[in-house]
Design a protein around this ligand. Structure first.
Ligand SMILES: [Zn+2]
Length: 276
């Protein structure tokens, strides 16, 4: 199976990298309809709670920017294939010049480290949004729901492994020419998407506002227990979906299913991926 899908945004090449696929249990979902909860409980291969873990390779001239890095072995045998996906895209770990992490949850950051805690991407600068870095690095970390000490330790291990080549940036700033962060607070304090702009083309990455495309587009009130600030995350989800459907942006995101690039349009009380 192929783990990559590429698109040209002007002169910038964007490739989605499939780290893995998984099905989320009903226990981590909030505001589910009873019948959907039952479907998910009855069938652990159901499509409603199917999710992908994606990373992205963005190539502009000499730069190979990796956005997120998958979950390594942490989420079981169906995930952790970021190196295979990169190889399929024709880029070695040593050719990655830049890494940007949309937020410091394990499914986005574990793949930056070998199991011994050393850096995988030895030649890359690591770019993090300052408030995301500060949230996880503070000494009096206050565990929120599932965002406990294990997750904090992993985030700190990543920052330690890349400390000599860490670039902290504020929201909305350029990661590399044509690629800027987009603030989408709530899931985590510094949770980000990104925009790619080149020529007349653009692409919006929506971060983790959607974990389960088949549930949360139809009903954006469906949430997961992974959101650190539930209310802000819900507002962000609705605001961003509203914006990209109004502006007709080409979209993708951290847990988007295939096909990896598409438009979102209003559909009933919620949204749908456009087939156009
Ligand atoms: Zn995620």
């Amino acid at each position: 199976m192929s783990r990559v899908s590429s698109i040209d945004i002007g002169s910038i090449k964007v490739t989605s990298l499939l780290d893995g696929e998984l099905v989320l249990p009903a226990e981590v979902l909030l505001n589910l309809k009873d019948e959907d909860a039952q479907t998910i409980r009855d069938n652990n291969e159901n499509k409603l709670s199917s999710s992908n873990i994606n990373a992205y390779l963005i190539q502009n001239g000499e730069r190979n920017l990796l956005v997120d890095a998958g979950c390594r072995e942490l989420f079981g045998p169906t995930c952790g294939f970021i190196k295979d996906a990169l190889a399929e895209a024709g880029v070695s770990t040593q050719q990655v010049t830049d890494v940007f992490l949309t937020h410091l949850h394990p499914d986005h950051i574990a793949g930056t480290l070998n199991t011994d805690g050393t850096a995988v991407f030895n030649n890359a600068q690591l770019h993090l949004v300052d408030i995301e870095h500060d949230f996880w690095i503070k000494e009096n970390f206050d565990a929120v729901e599932v965002n406990g000490a294990d997750w904090e330790n992993l985030a700190q291990a990543v920052v330690t492994a890349y400390k000599d080549r860490l670039n902290l940036l504020s929201q909305g700033k350029e990661i590399m020419p044509g690629v800027n962060t987009v603030a989408i607070p709530g899931h985590t304090p510094g949770h980000s998407g990104f925009r790619v702009d080149s020529g007349n083309d653009s692409l919006m990455h929506l971060g983790d506002i959607i974990h389960l495309q088949n549930l949360q587009l139809i009903d954006p009130n469906v949430s997961t227990v992974f959101d650190i600030d539930y209310d802000t995350a819900l507002l962000s989800r609705k605001r961003v979906l509203d914006m990209v459907s109004t502006d007709k942006n080409l979209c993708t995101s951290g847990h988007w299913l295939s096909p990896k690039f598409g438009h979102i349009e209003r559909h009933g009380q919620g949204f749908a991926v456009s087939s156009k």
